[in-house]
Design a protein around this ligand. Structure first.
Ligand code: ADP
Ligand code: MG
Length: 382
């Protein structure tokens, strides 16, 4: 078993608090992605798990054993970095064999393990080459191969493919996900790329400014973001945010913004009540709507439709992104490529009431999906 548990983990570099009281429970054999913008503390977290950085405060355990004072080589982990750190004067075979040579593993066993890893990574045909004779993607496979031969319980990867070109990156995402299935071990993977996280993770831990924001499945991160940071970080183009007022009109809850009024649906209303959030009259909120959930039309079909004006269209092959001015706000909508409009055309915007998100404008926290235990530890009784 190789679950990785972080308890109240803090990392300080002098006066910089890079990681703030982080609680995180990664299950055995899980593919966990640490996602967040540059500087949010992802690498510091990974390096503390690896033992390459001291833990300022708190506790880290791997497979039930506290490793705070355990040397990296004794943690049963292997780390893959963005820079491949291959030895230029060693062949691919020798680069991969290196960790086993250090351990004084017998030759025939090294041969068998290196060949097996090369087979998994489909690099058997260049075992005799030198790193300079390989492409970026191939070098990264060798670096991963060197991690595989160690047969660690936990693979730690820090943005291993972020410098590759877009096409290769997309290919490697599939490869790494396949590799995870094949090896059936715990993966903790650092990325600033939400597409990568959404595509690969069993669960995503979203971080910002050294703090864990949300830790959940890609589906829940996308559909039930707990605050505006998570809502805005995941999705492309990102969620639209409209500053609004939540209020009562007669006995109906409504949202008002820029002269528009949107009824709060029964479904959303019962979701909000179920979440334990009380209705607050005249509360300033942020209404969130994803570009793919908004419906655009050239004719008004319901009295709730809001009149807007086309700002610009961006055709992207199979679909297009349309920028619409809605009152004083500019929103992005994903529309069918056949939606035939020109800048300045009048359009009608439908915000499906069950698909919208609502955040408290002051706290940025979701009114619909309030945050409880973000660590993911409750599920496994930690
Ligand atoms: P990320 O990997 O998410 O980009 P890091 O963990 O590398 O973030 O960095 C988190 C914060 O800690 C940043 O503000 C960074 O400048 C700071 N930091 C990282 N490493 C060091 C270090 N060795 N000394 C001082 N500050 C550091
Ligand atoms: Mg980093």
């Amino acid at each position: 078993m190789a679950e990785v548990l972080l308890k109240d983990v803090v990392k300080e570099y002098g006066s910089v608090e890079a990681v703030k009281k982080l609680n995180l429970c990664c299950n055995d054999k899980e593919f966990l992605v640490l996602l967040g913008p540059s500087g949010c503390g992802k690498s510091s977290t990974l390096r503390m798990i690896a033992g390459l950085e001291d833990i300022t405060r708190g506790q880290i355990s791997i497979g039930g054993v506290v490793v705070n004072d355990t040397h990296p080589s004794k943690r049963d982990i292997a780390m893959v970095f963005e820079t491949y750190a291959l030895y230029p004067h060693k062949t691919v075979f020798e680069n991969m064999a290196y960790p086993l040579r250090v351990r004084k593993t017998p030759g025939p066993e090294i041969d068998q393990k290196v060949r097996r890893a090369a087979e998994i990574l489909e690099i058997e045909s260049f075992l005799d080459r030198y790193p300079r004779q390989l492409s970026g993607g191939q070098k990264q496979r060798v670096a991963i191969g060197r991690a595989i031969v160690r047969e660690p319980k936990v693979f730690l990867m820090d943005e291993p493919i972020s410098h590759l070109d877009a096409k290769l990156r997309s290919h490697m995402r599939g490869e790494l996900k396949h590799l995870h299935k094949e090896l059936n071990q715990t993966f903790i993977y650092v990325s600033h790329d939400q597409t990568e996280a959404m595509a690969m993770a069993d669960r995503i831990a979203v971080m910002n400014l050294g703090e864990l924001q949300q830790f959940d499945t890609p589906q829940n991160i996308f559909n039930k973001p707990v605050n505006t940071f998570v809502a805005g970080f995941v999705g492309d183009p990102p969620m639209n945010f409209l500053p609004s007022l939540q209020t009562l009109e007669g006995d109906k809850w409504v949202l008002k913004f820029d002269g528009f009024t949107l009824k709060v649906s029964e479904k959303l209303r019962s979701q909000i009540i179920a979440s334990g959030t009380k209705f607050q009259q005249d509360l300033e909120v942020i209404l969130g709507a994803r570009p793919e959930h908004i419906i655009l039309k050239t004719e008004r079909t319901s009295e709730e439709d809001m009149a807007g004006k086309i700002y610009i269209t961006e055709p992207l092959g199979s679909y297009m992104i349309v920028d619409v001015m809605l009152g004083g706000e500019r929103i992005k909508v994903r529309a069918d490529i056949g939606f035939n409009v020109e800048p300045d055309d009048r359009v009608f915007v439908e915000l499906p009431p069950d698909k919208i998100q609502l955040f408290n404008a002051k706290t940025s926290n979701s009114i619909i999906h309030p945050m409880d235990d973000v660590s993911g530890c409750a599920a496994n009784g930690q």
